[in-house]
Design a protein around this ligand. Structure first.
Ligand code: HEC
Length: 157
């Protein structure tokens, strides 16, 4: 959470509260927060620096190269849109709608992509992520998660 956009964090908390995003661990905690507390806690986490990930991922170089390609260029034959097209330069996030992917934990990214693909996470506006994740193979998801998770966290002003 540290360093993500405050509006994005607040939306996720509101989604956990309303049930639009489902997670057994998060739902009861989100329920305890009123609207002011959601804003406050989101502002607090947004003000923290993003943790730096170890740049050298243990993943196989071929897998990382595939992940880099998907993130930066996409795969137009399969309509997999590049991640940077929405998540911004360096996949560092754009405003409150498109979260930073760079610097997030690879396993978290992978879990979210699998959840979008199987429909257990469906709080993305207009099914933007679901539509992409459903076109991704397991290898695509492993590759892009490993590569993005090894990218430097975005620099915030
Ligand atoms: C058409 C726009 C678009 C493209 C292209 C796109 N995304 Fe997203 N993505 C979104 C939006 C919008 C959200 C936020 C959904 C929400 O509000 O919960 C999101 C959220 C995510 C999340 C959840 C992050 C979190 O903090 O929980 C992951 C992981 C993700 N995207 C991965 C990817 C990857 C990997 C690619 C490239 C293969 C990609 N996205 C391409 C629009 C896009």
């Amino acid at each position: 959470m540290a360093g993500l956009d405050a509006g994005y964090i607040a939306k996720q908390l509101a989604d956990f509260k309303s049930g639009a995003r489902k997670n057994i661990s998060m739902e009861p905690f989100a329920q305890m927060l009123n609207d002011t507390q959601v804003k406050d806690v989101a502002a607090y986490y947004a003000s923290l620096p993003m943790p730096e990930r170890a740049a050298a991922s243990g993943a196989d170089p071929e897998l990382l190269a595939h992940g880099e390609r998907l993130a930066l260029t996409g795969d137009w034959d399969r309509y997999v849109v590049s991640c940077v097209a929405c998540h911004g330069p360096g996949s560092g996030g754009v405003g409150s709608v498109f979260p930073s992917l760079a610097g997030q934990h690879p396993e978290y990214l992978q879990t979210q992509l699998l959840a979008y693909r199987d429909g257990t996470r469906s709080n993305d506006p207009q099914d933007l992520m679901g539509a992409i994740a459903r076109r991704m193979t397991d290898r695509d998801i492993d590759a892009v998660s490993a590569w993005l998770g090894a990218q430097p966290a975005p620099v915030r002003k």
